[in-house]
Design a protein around this ligand. Structure first.
Ligand code: NAD
Length: 293
């Protein structure tokens, strides 16, 4: 297939390279020359505008920073410029309302579009092991699936347009909540005199078990290797978790959903990022509880 890829940053660069590896012809565009140079080195053809990159393609994939940019790029340079038979796939993490608005504008102009945000970070983008959560019509999902499979290990249909974004922010709100809960439990256990490893051995096979504990433990030296073992470097940055929590809080308000614990998690991450920790992995929030090293 001939595929336009818009937004070749930390995530998009690796994703576009995997499309090339899968045998697709990739037309790349990014505002950054450095990103374009990197894309060229991985086998993409580079273009001077999104409008030029989408000419004559079978699919468009975007991986952009936020909803305002996604709305702008799609309405100015993709819708009305890509062939109407092309499937439009936005993989950025953005707000549900903008995802639905852009999908509606695309449908009115005769395009099929899906929102397909990802779970997995830069390593998964490079390794082609992302999970995609996809919102749109079933026909659009079927058209997008082949493209997405070249970049990920799982492609899951979530229902109507915007539902991919809804799944992503609900998942990440839950992740923030159980990471904070895990951090609190480990620190309290230690203050009560338990060794963190012994608490892990007990809780990981008891009803407190959860992903933040057994796959991504915030306590250095406990559980499988995770960013806590690397001074909280790498992994999923606190600033990105905060971005997703802000999207979740906006969506909760719009949907009139009660999220008392989610909103507490969002404010704890606001404080943690505001104290200069935005670049650290999100599990570093355990430092605010005073776990002894
Ligand atoms: P990034 O800032 O590294 O990349 C974004 C790219 O978009 C940049 O290269 C930028 O130059 C380009 N861009 C901005 N405006 C543009 C425009 N108008 N036209 C063309 N290109 C433009 O960000 P990232 O880490 O790659 O994240 C991209 C998306 O993926 C975000 O929505 C983010 O929330 C989501 N995400 C990131 C991660 C992660 O671990 N980094 C994980 C999951 C999801």
């Amino acid at each position: 297939m001939k595929i336009a890829f818009i937004g070749l940053g930390n995530m998009g660069g690796g994703m576009a390279a995997n499309l090339v590896k899968a045998g697709h012809e990739v037309n790349a565009f990014d505002l950054s020359q450095e990103a374009l140079d990197r894309a060229k080195a991985t086998g993409c053809a580079t273009f001077g505008s999104a409008r030029a990159a989408v000419e004559g393609v079978d699919a468009v994939v975007s991986m952009l920073p936020n909803g305002a940019i996604v709305r702008d790029v799609y309405t100015s340079d993709i819708i009305g410029h890509a062939p109407t038979g092309a499937i439009l796939i936005d993989c950025s993490t953005i707000d549900v309302a903008t995802a639905r608005h852009v999908a509606q504008a695309a449908a009115e102009a005769g395009y099929s579009m899906v929102d397909a945000p990802v779970s997995g970070g830069i390593a998964a983008a490079e390794g082609g092991t992302l999970t995609f959560m996809v919102g749109g019509t079933e026909t659009a999902f079927n058209d997008a699936e082949t493209v997405l499979k070249s970049m990920g290990k799982a492609v899951i249909y979530a229902g109507d347009a915007g539902n991919g974004q809804a799944a992503k922010i609900c998942n990440n709100m839950l992740l923030a909540i159980h990471m904070i809960g895990t951090a609190e439990a480990f620190t309290m256990a230690q203050k009560l005199g338990l060794d963190p490893q012994i608490f892990y051995d007990i809780s990981s096979v008891s009803s407190g078990q959860n992903w933040s504990m057994t796959s991504y433990c915030p306590v250095p030296g406990v559980g499988p290797k995770s960013p806590s073992d690397n001074d909280y470097k790498g992994g999923f940055a606190t600033a990105l978790m905060l971005k997703d929590l802000r999207l979740a809080m906006a969506a909760a308000e719009e949907a009139d959903a009660a999220v008392p614990i989610g909103s507490r998690a969002a404010s704890l991450y606001e404080d943690f990022a505001g104290a200069g920790n935005g670049g650290l992995d999100f599990s570093a929030i355990i430092r605010t509880y005073g776990l002894r090293g």
